[in-house]
Ligand binder design. Structure first.
Ligand code: ADP
Length: 261
C-alpha cells in the first residue's frame, strides 16, 4: 500500500444509512457508515451474519442507493466519474458451454471491448496465473482454485479501479480455500488493485488486508477501523499467518465480534 494514505481517498462514504422496506415492515441494515478508501488499499469487512455486509457492498457497487449519506469519489486523474467496479462473488459463474478462454473474455465481449490490447492483457494474465495451458478446456476440467483464478481474470480483464469481493472463497473446502485466498491475495496486491473483501473468516481478513473494518450487529455501524501491519518473511499466506502480530490482531477481532449477535 506504501504511502497511498497520504493521497486523497478515491472513495469516501459519509454517514451512509440504508433500510429495506417490505410488507412486514422496515429493516434498518446500515446506520451511519463512514470510511475512506485509498488507491491500492486492500480492505476487509467483517461482522456478524446478517449485519449488512452485502448491503454495504451493493451500495459500493451502485446496485443500491443509500437512503441517507453520500459517496464521494475522486479519481487519481482528477475526473469525477464513479470508479469502474469489478465484482467477485462466492460462486464463480463460469459457463460450462464456453471454454476457459471464452469465459475470461466474456466481460470484454459483452462490453464490446475485445480489442487487440485487451486480449493481449488477458493472455498476460492467463500466463502469469498458470491458466494459459488450460485456456481451451471447459470449466469442469479445472480445480476449484483454477476456477476462482479464471473468475478473477475475467474481472481483471475489464481493468476495474475497485474490486469488490463478497465471500469469494467460502464455497471452497478449507485446504483449497487457503491456497486460493493466498493466490488471489497475491494477484490483487501485485496488480496494486484497490480491493474490498467481505469475509466471515477472521484469519483471512488479517492475512489479506491492509485494514479491517469491524461492523456491529444489525443495523451495522463501524465498531472499529483496524490497520493491519504484519512483519512477514514473504508474501505467502502462511508467512502472514506466522507473523508475530497475527495472534494479537485475531484476539482484537474476536473480542470486538464476540459481544455482537
Ligand atoms: P450480511 O451480508 O452481513 O449477512 P445483508 O447485507 O445480506 O447481511 O443483510 C442485512 C439485513 O438486511 C439482514 O437482516 C437481511 O435479512 C436484511 N435484508 C437483506 N436483503 C433484504 C431484502 N431484499 N429485503 C428485506 N430485508 C433484507
Amino acid at each position: 500500500m506504501g504511502d497511498s494514505v497520504s493521497k486523497p481517498p478515491i472513495l469516501e462514504l459519509k454517514n451512509i444509512s440504508y433500510s429495506y422496506h417490505s410488507l412486514q415492515g422496515e429493516t434498518l441494515a446500515l446506520s451511519d457508515i463512514s470510511f475512506q478508501v485509498h488507491e491500492g488499499e486492500f480492505i476487509a469487512i467483517v461482522g456478524p451474519s446478517g449485519c449488512g455486509k452485502s448491503t454495504l457492498l451493493s451500495i459500493l457497487a451502485c446496485l443500491l442507493e443509500p437512503e441517507l449519506g453520500t459517496i464521494q469519489f475522486q479519481n487519481p486523474d482528477g475526473s469525477i466519474h464513479y470508479p469502474h467496479i469489478g465484482y467477485m462473488l462466492q460462486r464463480d459463474y463460469l459457463f460450462e458451454w464456453r471454454t476457459v478462454y471464452k469465459n475470461v473474455t466474456l466481460g470484454l465481449e459483452l462490453n464490446r471491448k475485445k480489442t487487440k490490447e485487451n486480449l493481449a492483457f488477458v493472455d498476460t494474465l492467463l500466463k502469469e496465473y498458470d491458466l494459459y495451458d488450460f485456456k481451451d478446456k471447459k470449466p469442469s476440467e479445472l480445480s476449484g482454485g483454477m476456477r476462482q483464478r479464471a473468475a478473477l481474470i475475467r474481472t481483471l480483464a475489464l481493468k476495474p479501479q475497485i474490486l469488490l469481493l463478497d465471500e469469494p472463497f467460502s464455497a471452497l473446502d478449507y485446504q483449497t480455500r487457503l491456497q486460493v485466498s493466498g493466490d488471489i491475495g497475491n494477484i490483487i496486491h501485485k496488480s496494486k488493485k484497490t480491493a474490498i473483501l467481505v469475509t466471515h473468516d477472521l484469519s483471512e481478513a488479517i492475512s489479506l488486508a491492509d485494514r479491517v473494518l469491524i461492523l456491529s450487529g444489525r443495523p451495522a455501524h463501524i465498531k472499529r477501523d483496524l490497520p493491519v501491519r504484519l512483519t512477514k518473511a514473504s508474501d505467502s499466506l502462511i508467512a502472514s499467518r506466522n507473523a508475530p502480530e497475527f495472534a494479537s490482531y485475531f484476539n482484537i477481532l474476536w473480542e470486538e465480534l464476540s459481544n455482537e449477535k
